[in-house]
Design a protein. Structure first.
Length: 130
């Protein structure tokens, strides 16, 4: 399941993944919200929280995620991934260089820090990946 995280600053979207995430979750929640936000903004910031009750992605969900990223490849300003899922952290660290945005990885306990980082102005001495 995917649900939107509310209360983020303008130009930022947040989503929480829990349980088993399906392609239908992307089609019903994430894709329409992202497309609507891109209709109003040239650049977006994304906070994606994969919580402790997450059990996995269906193959269709992983495809939808990849396609959404490719459709808006240069439209991301900052991306924060918050998770303690080991395989997802490894994949994010391995592929983080390919994200055409500032990318930072956080642990679940650092969700508040990730939320703050998404809303901050860019810093020239940004530490990059965490």
């Amino acid at each position: 399941m995917i649900e939107q995280i509310s209360g983020l600053p303008p130009g930022a979207l947040g989503f929480r993944a829990s349980g088993q995430v399906t392609a239908q979750d992307y089609e019903r929640v994430l894709v329409p919200d992202v497309e609507a936000a891109f209709a109003l903004n040239r650049k977006l910031r994304l906070l994606y929280h994969v919580g402790p009750d997450f059990t996995g992605f269906d193959p269709g969900a992983m495809w939808e995620d990849a396609m959404l990223g490719f459709r808006h490849f240069s439209g991301w300003d900052r991306v924060a991934l918050v998770t303690d899922v080991p395989w997802l952290r490894v994949a994010a660290l391995a592929m983080g260089f390919a994200v055409p945005a500032q990318f930072k990885l956080f642990n679940n306990i650092e969700l508040d820090e990730a939320t703050t980082w998404i809303g901050e102005a860019h810093s020239t001495d940004e530490e990059g990946n965490k």
